[in-house]
Design a protein around this ligand. Structure first.
Ligand code: SF4
Length: 345
Protein backbone atom coordinates (compact mmCIF):
# COMPACT_ATOMS: atom_id res chain seq x y z
CA UNK A 1 0.00 0.00 0.00
CA UNK A 2 1.64 3.16 -1.14
CA UNK A 3 1.43 6.19 1.09
CA UNK A 4 2.32 9.78 0.33
CA UNK A 5 5.97 10.67 0.90
CA UNK A 6 6.82 12.88 3.87
CA UNK A 7 10.27 14.36 4.26
CA UNK A 8 11.84 13.99 7.71
CA UNK A 9 15.07 15.95 7.38
CA UNK A 10 17.20 14.01 4.93
CA UNK A 11 15.05 10.86 5.20
CA UNK A 12 11.93 10.27 3.11
CA UNK A 13 9.19 8.40 4.93
CA UNK A 14 6.54 6.77 2.76
CA UNK A 15 6.09 6.87 -1.00
CA UNK A 16 8.57 4.52 -2.59
CA UNK A 17 11.29 5.21 0.00
CA UNK A 18 12.87 2.28 1.84
CA UNK A 19 11.37 1.56 5.25
CA UNK A 20 13.29 3.61 7.76
CA UNK A 21 14.39 2.58 11.24
CA UNK A 22 13.85 4.66 14.34
CA UNK A 23 14.79 4.47 17.95
CA UNK A 24 14.44 6.74 20.93
CA UNK A 25 17.08 8.28 23.17
CA UNK A 26 16.68 6.70 26.58
CA UNK A 27 18.24 9.20 28.98
CA UNK A 28 17.50 12.82 29.89
CA UNK A 29 19.32 15.19 27.56
CA UNK A 30 21.50 17.21 29.95
CA UNK A 31 24.30 18.57 27.79
CA UNK A 32 25.60 18.44 24.25
CA UNK A 33 29.24 17.46 24.09
CA UNK A 34 31.57 15.40 21.94
CA UNK A 35 30.72 12.19 23.76
CA UNK A 36 26.99 12.64 23.13
CA UNK A 37 27.61 13.44 19.47
CA UNK A 38 29.78 10.31 19.17
CA UNK A 39 26.99 8.21 20.72
CA UNK A 40 24.40 9.62 18.33
CA UNK A 41 26.68 9.09 15.34
CA UNK A 42 27.26 5.51 16.48
CA UNK A 43 23.51 4.81 16.45
CA UNK A 44 23.37 6.22 12.93
CA UNK A 45 26.31 4.04 11.87
CA UNK A 46 24.50 0.99 13.24
CA UNK A 47 21.54 1.70 10.95
CA UNK A 48 19.29 4.16 12.78
CA UNK A 49 17.68 6.53 10.25
CA UNK A 50 15.69 8.78 12.59
CA UNK A 51 16.29 9.44 16.29
CA UNK A 52 13.64 10.71 18.70
CA UNK A 53 14.12 12.59 21.95
CA UNK A 54 11.61 13.33 24.69
CA UNK A 55 11.36 17.09 25.24
CA UNK A 56 9.91 17.67 28.73
CA UNK A 57 11.16 21.27 29.21
CA UNK A 58 12.69 24.32 27.52
CA UNK A 59 16.26 23.41 28.47
CA UNK A 60 15.89 20.12 26.64
CA UNK A 61 14.33 21.88 23.64
CA UNK A 62 17.39 24.16 23.42
CA UNK A 63 19.82 21.29 23.86
CA UNK A 64 18.04 19.22 21.23
CA UNK A 65 18.19 22.20 18.89
CA UNK A 66 21.92 22.49 19.44
CA UNK A 67 22.40 18.78 18.90
CA UNK A 68 20.35 18.89 15.68
CA UNK A 69 22.75 21.44 14.25
CA UNK A 70 25.75 19.24 15.05
CA UNK A 71 24.67 15.81 13.74
CA UNK A 72 23.39 14.65 10.37
CA UNK A 73 20.78 12.12 11.54
CA UNK A 74 17.25 13.62 11.56
CA UNK A 75 16.12 14.31 15.13
CA UNK A 76 12.52 14.21 16.31
CA UNK A 77 11.16 16.22 19.22
CA UNK A 78 8.61 14.25 21.24
CA UNK A 79 6.30 16.68 23.01
CA UNK A 80 3.31 16.19 25.21
CA UNK A 81 0.81 18.96 25.88
CA UNK A 82 2.98 22.10 26.02
CA UNK A 83 2.70 23.96 22.73
CA UNK A 84 5.53 26.32 23.76
CA UNK A 85 7.99 23.43 23.66
CA UNK A 86 6.93 22.66 20.10
CA UNK A 87 7.34 26.30 19.10
CA UNK A 88 10.79 26.42 20.67
CA UNK A 89 11.90 23.22 18.93
CA UNK A 90 10.73 24.68 15.63
CA UNK A 91 13.30 27.47 16.06
CA UNK A 92 15.94 24.81 15.42
CA UNK A 93 16.67 22.31 12.60
CA UNK A 94 14.45 19.63 14.14
CA UNK A 95 13.28 17.18 11.47
CA UNK A 96 9.89 16.25 12.91
CA UNK A 97 7.64 17.02 15.85
CA UNK A 98 5.67 14.32 17.54
CA UNK A 99 2.69 15.96 19.16
CA UNK A 100 -1.03 15.31 19.25
CA UNK A 101 -2.89 18.51 18.40
CA UNK A 102 -5.82 17.32 20.49
CA UNK A 103 -3.60 17.56 23.58
CA UNK A 104 -2.36 21.08 22.97
CA UNK A 105 -5.45 22.88 24.26
CA UNK A 106 -6.92 26.12 22.85
CA UNK A 107 -7.35 26.32 19.09
CA UNK A 108 -5.04 29.35 18.79
CA UNK A 109 -2.20 27.33 20.32
CA UNK A 110 -2.72 24.56 17.79
CA UNK A 111 -2.77 27.14 15.00
CA UNK A 112 0.53 28.62 16.17
CA UNK A 113 2.29 25.24 16.26
CA UNK A 114 0.84 24.03 12.98
CA UNK A 115 1.51 27.36 11.25
CA UNK A 116 5.14 27.36 12.34
CA UNK A 117 5.63 23.69 11.38
CA UNK A 118 4.20 24.51 7.95
CA UNK A 119 6.47 27.54 7.53
CA UNK A 120 9.51 25.45 8.48
CA UNK A 121 8.52 22.46 6.37
CA UNK A 122 8.54 20.22 9.45
CA UNK A 123 6.15 17.26 9.52
CA UNK A 124 4.09 16.27 12.53
CA UNK A 125 3.67 12.75 13.79
CA UNK A 126 0.41 12.00 15.46
CA UNK A 127 1.14 9.29 17.99
CA UNK A 128 -1.83 7.45 19.43
CA UNK A 129 -1.06 5.02 22.24
CA UNK A 130 -3.60 2.71 23.80
CA UNK A 131 -2.27 3.58 27.26
CA UNK A 132 -3.05 7.28 26.86
CA UNK A 133 -6.21 7.36 24.78
CA UNK A 134 -8.56 10.30 25.36
CA UNK A 135 -11.25 9.28 27.85
CA UNK A 136 -14.08 9.15 25.31
CA UNK A 137 -12.29 6.39 23.37
CA UNK A 138 -11.21 4.33 26.35
CA UNK A 139 -14.53 2.55 26.73
CA UNK A 140 -14.94 1.45 23.12
CA UNK A 141 -15.22 -2.32 23.07
CA UNK A 142 -13.04 -2.67 19.96
CA UNK A 143 -9.53 -1.51 20.90
CA UNK A 144 -8.46 -1.25 17.25
CA UNK A 145 -11.43 1.02 16.58
CA UNK A 146 -10.48 3.13 19.61
CA UNK A 147 -6.95 3.65 18.26
CA UNK A 148 -8.24 4.48 14.81
CA UNK A 149 -10.92 6.88 16.06
CA UNK A 150 -8.38 8.73 18.22
CA UNK A 151 -6.00 9.06 15.26
CA UNK A 152 -8.81 10.25 13.00
CA UNK A 153 -9.75 12.98 15.43
CA UNK A 154 -6.15 14.24 15.49
CA UNK A 155 -5.89 14.10 11.71
CA UNK A 156 -9.08 16.14 11.33
CA UNK A 157 -7.58 18.94 13.42
CA UNK A 158 -4.47 19.12 11.24
CA UNK A 159 -6.42 18.82 8.00
CA UNK A 160 -8.74 21.63 9.12
CA UNK A 161 -5.62 23.80 9.11
CA UNK A 162 -4.61 22.48 5.66
CA UNK A 163 -1.65 20.65 7.18
CA UNK A 164 -0.96 17.38 5.43
CA UNK A 165 2.67 16.49 6.08
CA UNK A 166 1.52 14.00 8.65
CA UNK A 167 2.87 10.67 9.84
CA UNK A 168 0.63 8.56 12.04
CA UNK A 169 1.27 5.87 14.60
CA UNK A 170 -1.30 3.79 16.44
CA UNK A 171 0.32 1.59 19.00
CA UNK A 172 -0.77 -0.74 21.73
CA UNK A 173 1.06 -3.33 23.77
CA UNK A 174 -1.48 -5.76 22.33
CA UNK A 175 -0.30 -7.09 18.99
CA UNK A 176 -3.70 -7.90 17.53
CA UNK A 177 -5.29 -4.50 18.04
CA UNK A 178 -2.17 -2.75 16.78
CA UNK A 179 -2.18 -4.83 13.59
CA UNK A 180 -5.89 -4.34 13.07
CA UNK A 181 -5.86 -0.57 13.67
CA UNK A 182 -3.00 -0.10 11.20
CA UNK A 183 -4.69 -2.33 8.64
CA UNK A 184 -7.91 -0.36 8.79
CA UNK A 185 -6.02 2.93 8.65
CA UNK A 186 -4.06 1.88 5.55
CA UNK A 187 -7.31 1.10 3.75
CA UNK A 188 -8.64 4.60 4.30
CA UNK A 189 -5.69 6.96 4.46
CA UNK A 190 -2.54 7.63 2.48
CA UNK A 191 -0.50 9.14 5.30
CA UNK A 192 2.66 7.16 6.08
CA UNK A 193 2.46 4.88 9.08
CA UNK A 194 5.07 4.63 11.79
CA UNK A 195 4.49 1.13 13.15
CA UNK A 196 5.51 -0.59 16.33
CA UNK A 197 4.30 -2.33 19.45
CA UNK A 198 4.45 0.02 22.38
CA UNK A 199 5.79 -1.15 25.73
CA UNK A 200 6.57 -4.44 24.01
CA UNK A 201 8.54 -5.64 27.02
CA UNK A 202 12.05 -6.79 27.86
CA UNK A 203 14.43 -8.20 25.28
CA UNK A 204 13.02 -11.61 24.38
CA UNK A 205 9.25 -11.08 24.72
CA UNK A 206 9.64 -7.62 23.22
CA UNK A 207 11.40 -8.91 20.13
CA UNK A 208 8.99 -11.79 19.66
CA UNK A 209 5.87 -9.66 20.02
CA UNK A 210 7.20 -6.83 17.85
CA UNK A 211 8.33 -9.24 15.17
CA UNK A 212 5.00 -11.02 15.18
CA UNK A 213 2.97 -7.85 14.68
CA UNK A 214 5.32 -5.92 12.43
CA UNK A 215 6.04 -8.76 10.06
CA UNK A 216 2.31 -9.24 9.52
CA UNK A 217 1.88 -5.58 8.61
CA UNK A 218 5.07 -5.27 6.58
CA UNK A 219 4.21 -8.33 4.51
CA UNK A 220 0.96 -6.60 3.61
CA UNK A 221 2.89 -3.50 2.56
CA UNK A 222 1.77 -1.52 5.61
CA UNK A 223 4.29 0.66 7.44
CA UNK A 224 6.78 3.22 6.20
CA UNK A 225 8.97 3.52 9.27
CA UNK A 226 9.42 1.19 12.23
CA UNK A 227 10.49 1.22 15.82
CA UNK A 228 11.04 -1.86 17.94
CA UNK A 229 10.31 -0.62 21.48
CA UNK A 230 12.25 -2.68 23.98
CA UNK A 231 13.16 -2.34 27.63
CA UNK A 232 16.69 -2.58 26.34
CA UNK A 233 19.27 -0.42 24.59
CA UNK A 234 18.67 1.71 21.48
CA UNK A 235 21.38 -0.37 19.80
CA UNK A 236 19.34 -3.53 20.33
CA UNK A 237 16.23 -1.83 18.98
CA UNK A 238 18.10 -0.79 15.83
CA UNK A 239 19.74 -4.17 15.24
CA UNK A 240 16.41 -5.96 15.74
CA UNK A 241 14.68 -3.64 13.28
CA UNK A 242 17.48 -4.18 10.75
CA UNK A 243 17.28 -7.95 11.07
CA UNK A 244 13.51 -7.89 10.70
CA UNK A 245 13.59 -5.78 7.54
CA UNK A 246 16.44 -7.84 6.08
CA UNK A 247 14.69 -11.14 6.84
CA UNK A 248 11.55 -9.84 5.10
CA UNK A 249 13.59 -8.80 2.07
CA UNK A 250 12.75 -5.13 2.70
CA UNK A 251 16.27 -3.96 3.38
CA UNK A 252 19.30 -4.38 1.19
CA UNK A 253 22.90 -4.17 2.23
CA UNK A 254 24.54 -4.90 5.54
CA UNK A 255 26.15 -8.03 6.86
CA UNK A 256 24.15 -11.23 7.21
CA UNK A 257 25.63 -13.35 9.98
CA UNK A 258 25.20 -17.11 10.05
CA UNK A 259 26.41 -18.58 13.31
CA UNK A 260 25.97 -21.88 15.02
CA UNK A 261 24.43 -22.20 18.49
CA UNK A 262 27.44 -24.34 19.66
CA UNK A 263 27.26 -27.74 21.27
CA UNK A 264 29.57 -30.18 22.95
CA UNK A 265 31.56 -30.60 19.74
CA UNK A 266 32.48 -26.93 19.53
CA UNK A 267 36.17 -26.12 19.41
CA UNK A 268 35.67 -22.37 19.03
CA UNK A 269 33.99 -19.78 21.24
CA UNK A 270 31.42 -18.55 18.72
CA UNK A 271 29.56 -16.24 21.12
CA UNK A 272 32.76 -14.70 22.48
CA UNK A 273 34.06 -14.11 18.96
CA UNK A 274 30.78 -12.47 17.87
CA UNK A 275 30.82 -10.21 20.92
CA UNK A 276 34.21 -8.88 19.86
CA UNK A 277 33.62 -8.48 16.13
CA UNK A 278 29.83 -7.97 16.17
CA UNK A 279 29.70 -4.18 16.15
CA UNK A 280 32.27 -3.88 13.35
CA UNK A 281 30.15 -6.19 11.23
CA UNK A 282 26.92 -4.37 12.10
CA UNK A 283 28.34 -1.03 11.00
CA UNK A 284 29.39 -2.32 7.60
CA UNK A 285 26.90 -1.63 4.82
CA UNK A 286 28.33 -4.09 2.27
CA UNK A 287 26.06 -6.89 1.17
CA UNK A 288 28.02 -9.84 2.59
CA UNK A 289 27.39 -13.14 4.33
CA UNK A 290 29.63 -14.10 7.23
CA UNK A 291 29.65 -17.56 8.84
CA UNK A 292 30.94 -18.13 12.37
CA UNK A 293 30.87 -21.82 13.27
CA UNK A 294 31.99 -23.98 16.16
CA UNK A 295 33.32 -27.16 14.55
CA UNK A 296 33.89 -29.17 11.41
CA UNK A 297 30.44 -30.82 11.39
CA UNK A 298 28.70 -27.91 9.68
CA UNK A 299 31.45 -25.32 9.85
CA UNK A 300 33.30 -25.89 6.57
CA UNK A 301 30.06 -26.18 4.57
CA UNK A 302 28.56 -22.95 5.88
CA UNK A 303 31.92 -21.16 5.74
CA UNK A 304 32.53 -22.17 2.11
CA UNK A 305 29.15 -20.77 1.08
CA UNK A 306 29.69 -17.47 2.87
CA UNK A 307 31.78 -14.55 1.66
CA UNK A 308 33.90 -15.01 4.75
CA UNK A 309 33.70 -17.89 7.18
CA UNK A 310 35.48 -18.98 10.32
CA UNK A 311 35.18 -22.34 11.98
CA UNK A 312 36.77 -24.24 14.80
CA UNK A 313 38.71 -27.32 13.73
CA UNK A 314 40.33 -29.27 16.53
CA UNK A 315 42.62 -26.86 18.39
CA UNK A 316 42.84 -24.55 15.36
CA UNK A 317 40.56 -22.06 13.65
CA UNK A 318 40.14 -22.09 9.89
CA UNK A 319 39.20 -19.01 7.85
CA UNK A 320 37.48 -19.39 4.49
CA UNK A 321 37.20 -16.58 1.98
CA UNK A 322 34.95 -16.90 -1.06
CA UNK A 323 34.90 -20.68 -0.64
CA UNK A 324 38.64 -21.24 -0.13
CA UNK A 325 40.75 -21.73 2.98
CA UNK A 326 42.96 -18.67 3.38
CA UNK A 327 44.30 -19.04 6.91
CA UNK A 328 44.57 -21.58 9.71
CA UNK A 329 45.40 -19.91 13.03
CA UNK A 330 45.33 -20.45 16.78
CA UNK A 331 42.03 -19.38 18.49
CA UNK A 332 43.72 -16.41 20.18
CA UNK A 333 44.76 -15.11 16.74
CA UNK A 334 41.29 -15.53 15.27
CA UNK A 335 39.93 -11.98 15.72
CA UNK A 336 42.91 -10.26 14.15
CA UNK A 337 43.18 -12.73 11.27
CA UNK A 338 39.45 -12.62 10.58
CA UNK A 339 39.24 -8.80 10.61
CA UNK A 340 42.21 -8.58 8.25
CA UNK A 341 40.42 -10.83 5.76
CA UNK A 342 37.14 -8.97 6.35
CA UNK A 343 38.68 -5.62 5.50
CA UNK A 344 40.14 -7.00 2.29
CA UNK A 345 36.88 -8.47 1.01
S1 SF4 B 1 28.68 -26.52 13.92
FE1 SF4 B 1 29.56 -27.95 15.33
S2 SF4 B 1 29.65 -26.83 17.28
FE2 SF4 B 1 28.23 -25.74 15.98
S3 SF4 B 1 26.26 -26.60 16.56
FE3 SF4 B 1 26.96 -27.69 14.75
S4 SF4 B 1 27.97 -29.50 15.57
FE4 SF4 B 1 27.77 -28.05 17.27
Amino acid sequence: MKSIAVQVGSVTVGGSAPISIQTMWKRPLLKVDESLIAEVNRLQALGCDILRFAVPDMETADLLGELASRVSIPLVADIHFDYRLALRCLDYPIAKIRINPGNIGARWKVEEVVGKAKDRGVPIRIGVNHGSLPKKFQDLSDPAEALLAAAEEEIEILESLSFRTIIVSMKSSDTESTVEANRRFAKEYSYPLHIGITEAGPLIPGIVRSTLALSELLKEGIGSTIRISLSDSPETEILTAKELLTALGLRKGGIRIISCPRCGRSGFDVQGFLKVVGEKLQQDQRNLTIAVMGCVVNGPGESRHADLGITGSGDKVVIFKKGKIVQTVRPEEAVEAFLKEFRSL
